[in-house]
Write a protein that binds this ligand. Structure first.
Ligand SMILES: [Zn+2]
Length: 102
């Protein structure tokens, strides 16, 4: 099964082609505090419960949501630094909440 990025509006899939293009895919941290930071950054709402979306065991984010400085290089492989939080190209739901659209 092909996994895809969990960020809202991002459809990057974890494929050989994506990886050849230099993208990497990162699972949500297991550390509770770090994990909740990622969940807040992703800012996704579960369409069924209307509550904050909680990532499943296979949930991943692609490297587009991290800054270059969030990575550490190990030879040709790169790894996210400890404490890195996604901050790029993420859906900002609260930014427009003050505008009444109804
Ligand atoms: Zn993505």
């Amino acid at each position: 099964m092909t996994r895809s990025c969990s960020a809202v509006g991002c459809s990057t899939r974890d494929t050989v082609l994506s990886r050849e293009r230099g993208l990497s895919f990162h699972q949500f941290p297991t550390d509770t505090i770090q994990r909740s930071k990622w969940i807040r950054a992703v800012n996704r709402v579960d369409p069924r419960s209307k509550k904050i979306w909680i990532p499943g065991p296979g949930a991943i984010l692609c490297s587009k949501h991290f800054q270059e400085s969030d990575f550490e290089s190990y030879g040709i492989r790169r790894k996210l630094k400890k404490g890195a939080v996604p901050s790029v190209s993420l859906y900002k739901v609260f930014k427009y909440s003050s505008r009444c659209t109804s």
